[in-house]
Design a protein around this ligand. Structure first.
Ligand SMILES: *Cc1c(COP(=O)(O)O)cnc(C)c1O
Length: 404
């Protein structure tokens, strides 16, 4: 990673408790490069106006910029059509959109089945439990192995003609596992099930092509891809989105409203009720373009190098156990140290300027699978350095000594 990349993140220049900030909480949210901060500021200093309604100059310019952002985001994921890309407030919002409209559609019947995996984030569990409650469907779960991978030995009995939707984590936020979705998606298609991929952790770390994946929905959050919070997107296949009912009612999502009857707008506006996060969409496009410029492979390779370095070095610490030991991992190192609570460890290394996440990472069922309440998680981004990994390991050794 070149110093030019790091220098584009002003927030990283600060010190915490007199120590240079080491930001290893990227799986929770990534920092924003100047290209994104500039796009955000330029929107508010030059374009701010409501979209899709006004005839005046600024409204037209803001509308053009918002719709151009949609083109950029759709193209980034190789979506066949730009109007299949719905702006949301993030992954959680996108999954709820899909689950609620599927529940409302009447296509899920009592006794039908919904399949998720043991690696899911709460936001890809709870909306499906709510769908099951509303429809009488039942939830199945792909088990997780000791290495933090899907156990696919019984997958053919988990996917049947009763399975209507399969909602899967693409890359695990808690363990880093890159899941073999390419093995499961063809089985889902053969059984006639819809597939939603939770891309919250794949979008930041790898090239994603929704057509090559063959999924029906892909959702992600902007704030993990170097863009602001409050913006994300759901991509869905046109014919499926067209077959589903509208979700939130309001302005923008309608064609014509009378007190007797309302007709709904076409995609994507059918699913974008109310004034959208215009600046967010524009900044998201800027973030994805910035990632393209850096190079998605460059990002993935750099994070992988840091992961390999950290994984090797952490083994020198007595009593360390790594959770998630798959060969196929994004830049996430989740671990425990025997006899030390993750919260105490996180607090101590915070005093040394190091930001990591501790706890269940919104994956309580996964933590239960391993018989733990949480882990300490270091997660890497393109701006992190090998020196920071050294600082982190030294801090861990110091903290472990103090806490034992
Ligand atoms: C962060 C995350 C989510 C939730 O994303 P929000 O931005 O909080 O909506 C869902 N799934 C995974 C795998 C995540 O990492």
């Amino acid at each position: 990673m070149s110093p030019e990349i790091r220098s584009q993140f002003p927030i990283l220049e600060q010190t915490i408790n007199g120590k240079p900030l080491v930001y290893f909480d990227n799986a929770a949210t990534a920092q924003k490069p100047l290209a994104v901060l500039d796009a955000s500021r330029a929107y508010y200093t030059e374009l701010n106006s409501n979209v899709h309604r006004g005839v005046h100059y600024l409204s037209r310019k803001a509308t053009d910029a918002h719709e151009h952002a949609r083109e950029v985001v759709a193209a980034h994921f190789n979506a066949p059509h730009t109007h299949e890309l719905i702006f949301t407030s993030g992954t959680t919002d996108g999954i709820n959109l899909a689950a609620d409209t599927l529940a409302l559609s009447g296509r899920i019947k009592p006794g039908d089945r919904v399949l998720i995996s043991g690696l899911e984030h709460h936001s890809n569990i709870v909306p499906w439990q709510m769908l099951c409650q509303q429809t009488g469907a039942e939830l199945d779960v792909i088990p997780v192995t000791d290495s933090g991978e899907w156990d696919l030995s019984n997958i053919d009995s988990l996917i049947t003609e009763k399975t209507k939707i399969i909602a899967l984590n693409h890359v695990s936020n808690a363990l880093g596992t890159i899941n073999p979705v390419e093995t499961v998606i063809p089985k889902a298609k053969a059984a006639g099930a819809l597939v939603l991929l939770d891309g919250a952790q794949s979008a930041p770390h790898m090239k994603v092509d929704v057509q090559a994946l063959g999924c029906d929905f892909y959702v992600f959050s902007g704030h993990k891809t170097y863009a602001p919070t409050g913006i994300g997107a759901l991509w869905g296949k046109e014919e499926i989105l067209n077959s589903l009912p509208p979700w939130r009612g309001g302005g923008e999502m309608i064609k014509e409203v009378t007190f007797e009857k309302t007709t709904y707008n076409d995609l994507p506006f059918k699913y974008e009720a109310g004034t959208p996060n215009i600046e967010g969409a524009i900044s998201l496009a800027a973030a994805l373009q910035w990632m393209q410029q850096v190079g998605l492979d460059t990002i993935a390779n750099h994070e992988h190098e840091l992961l390999v370095q950290a994984t090797a070095a952490i083994q020198e610490i007595e009593g360390v156990k790594i959770y998630g030991t798959s060969e196929h991992k994004a830049g996430v190192l989740s671990f425990g140290i025997e006899g030390i609570h993750h919260y105490d460890l996180g607090t101590l290394i915070d005093n040394m300027g190091i930001a990591v996440r501790t706890g269940h990472h919104c994956c309580q069922p996964l933590m239960a699978r391993f018989g733990i309440t949480g882990t300490t998680r270091a997660s890497f981004a393109i701006y992190n350095t090998a020196e920071e990994v050294d600082t982190f390991i030294t801090a861990l050794k110091k903290a472990a000594m103090m806490l034992r």
